[in-house]
Design a protein around this ligand. Sequence first.
Ligand code: ZN
Length: 336
Amino acid sequence: MIDRYSRQILFHGIGKEGQRKLGNSCAVIIGCGALGSIIATTLVRAGVGKVRIIDRDFIEYHNLARQALFDEDDVKNQIPKAIAAERHLKRVNSSIEIEGIVADVNYTNIEGFISDADVILDGLDNFETRGLINDVSLKHKIPWIYGGAVSSSGMTMNIIPGQTPCLRCLHPEVPKGARMLTCETAGVISSAPFIIGSLQSAEAIKILVGSEYINRDLIFINVWQGKFDRIELCRRPDCQTCQGKYEFLEARFGTKTTSLCGQNAVQVLNPDVKEISFEKLATHLRPIGKVSYNEFMLRLEVDNHEMVIFPDGRAIVKNTDDESLARGLYAKYIGV
Ligand SMILES: [Zn+2]
């Protein structure tokens, strides 16, 4: 194994001792799209002893432009991302443990997924699940690495429980859905998540080997404008999560889904969205699907699905009884 990692061991920041620590560590990656692909491949190649990858989606052709772990066969064979990631990565490094789990991470199951984690990495596209990661990170004192990329920009920060600000120190209020950009409405170019994912895995490796250079700022990049910024952050003294109130884990903010019996439809309720501007939402959604609205509802047809959104943020996803799929579509297009 020394030979496999010889160049990394030569690097002064890691060395033999750092490599041994990596081999004894467990990293959990939640979400395996563009960010998760880069994070997973980097950590597996670096020899992190156990890498767990959790994702709820299948692979589609439009993922291949930036989700570096997947190929056309995965799309043709309808392989879930977590399984495809596990298969590809096991061929890269058979000397470590790689576990792909197909699941919708929520407040009922997240603690089981992270119980043995030394670090948690965010490869997600929605605030709700990030809020959950933030809660379990602080509750169980496991560092997590936030990362997000949309359009040509991205950001990342480390949350080290008890030392750095947490996600809720930055966002005491949950960002409202209709104002958030998503990759489905604003687009994304691959270099943004590639850079952010690389920074996230570098931070994970530093955390796992106990480096003194662990980043404590918010790092922001824009590859189109060639901008790289670093913003110093402070802990918010009145942050509820830092004081041990885990609102996402206690499901107070959670998106609720209900399968509508006999209608082949799922209702998605999001208590954090109070009011939606159909005019703004329609502007975001028009490039990706067929949109129509009146004062009572907005109708979106995209990828063989039909979604009806109400002004209070409630949505009905038609032609499915799969609650996890409905939550996913809501997160994609409404943005929470
Ligand atoms: Zn906090």
